[in-house]
Design a protein around this ligand. Structure first.
Ligand code: SF4
Ligand code: SF4
Length: 337
């Protein structure tokens, strides 16, 4: 347990958490929406500090990051809890554990131990992922600070529903982020995620302003967010606010492994292709279909001459570029090695 870094005390021993955009007001002995922050006698505590529910070594492509340390492995950690309740969640057994099962699980492991594991395994980065890093921000931040000192990179895989205060706290230690842009309307975010759109857009803009590498992911769910308006809205936002060099991952939804959408079919490859073409039309340089290995739309092509520069099959890659430049025409491929 750790006293929260971002909150304010209110009257009658209530507190307001300033960690994510929900800004929960929490009476004594109650939790915030994420279920992992508790008001104890007028002080707010994180209940997941030092409690890793997942600690794995993953290919960075799994996050997905396609332009950040491509081909590397990353130490990936999570605690239980999330500030969203996405009906499509594939990790609901850990993201919703406090609410569903009334408990918080995880092995005790300190920030220092996490960094040592990364160093021992010669991993260049630590990924804060699987659930929502914003809700374990104290644990993540303390780890990120030590990781930086040890010359490791930090990346967050996140729903982006952060407060400005959280962004200000973590950005000096953040090297890359993959942010879900799950839909492009408040309606979608409210109905299917228990969130809102605008704070996510604000986070993306802030990340870009600080020149932190960002990739965007959209999980395309049949009948919920597979319409042209959504695809165009997201593609145009990326172009206008983040730049055409920002990778957009368009991923296939799989009903069978979702939390509450088991009745919906898997996303057809043709739908992902439709989104891909819309992205191309607004001149995004790097668009990737995901979760269907073998499609040519998961490879990286030179934005100038069109030559294939990274071949992918699932998480394994073959590179043909020269130090992040096209080996045919020399154009920059926006790769961070
Ligand atoms: S992290 Fe977000 S959801 Fe959790 S208590 Fe704080 S404001 Fe509420
Ligand atoms: S934001 Fe991610 S972890 Fe949280 S509920 Fe949604 S899909 Fe699950």
């Amino acid at each position: 347990m750790k006293e929260a870094y971002l909150y304010k005390k209110l009257s009658n021993k209530k507190v307001q958490c300033l960690n994510c955009a929900h800004c929960c007001i929490i009476p004594p002995n109650k939790h915030g929406i994420c279920g992992v922050r508790e008001n104890q006698n007028g002080k707010l505590y994180s209940l997941v500090y030092g409690k890793a529910v997942a600690l794995n070594i993953d290919p960075i492509e799994k996050k997905p990051f396609f332009h950040f340390l491509p081909g590397s492995q990353s130490l990936s950690i999570a605690t239980v809890g999330c500030n969203f309740k996405c009906l499509n969640c594939q990790n609901y057994n850990i993201s919703q554990m406090p609410q569903l099962f009334g408990r918080i699980e995880g092995q005790d492991i300190s920030p220092k131990e996490i960094v040592n594991i990364a160093l021992k395994n010669k991993l260049p980065s630590i990924s804060y992922t699987y659930t929502e890093p914003a809700i374990f921000s104290e644990y993540a931040l303390d780890t990120m600070k030590l990781a930086k000192k040890a010359n490791l990179k930090n990346n967050w895989v996140s729903n982006g529903f952060w407060s400005k205060e959280l962004f200000d706290l973590i950005h000096p230690y953040l090297d890359a982020a993959n942010i879900d842009l799950k839909g492009f309307s408040d309606d979608f975010y409210i109905k299917y995620c228990s969130g809102r759109l605008q704070p996510v857009l604000d986070t993306l803009k802030r990340i870009k302003q600080k020149k932190i590498w960002v990739e965007v992911t959209t999980l395309v769910i049949p009948s919920l967010n597979d319409d042209e308006k959504t695809f165009k809205g997201i593609a145009n936002f990326i172009k206008k606010e983040l730049g055409t060099e920002t990778p957009w991952h368009i991923s296939q939804f799989c009903g069978a492994i979702s939390w509450k959408l088991k009745n919906l079919p898997d996303t057809p490859a043709g739908t992902l292709k439709r989104a891909y073409e819309i992205g191309k039309k607004v001149s995004l340089k790097y668009i990737y279909t995901g979760n269907i290995p073998g499609l040519e739309t998961e490879d990286t092509y030179c934005p100038k001459c069109g030559a294939k520069m990274i071949n992918r099959f699932g998480y394994s890659i073959t590179r043909y570029d020269k130090n992040g430049k096209c080996s045919r025409c020399g154009a920059n491929l926006n790769i961070i090695d």
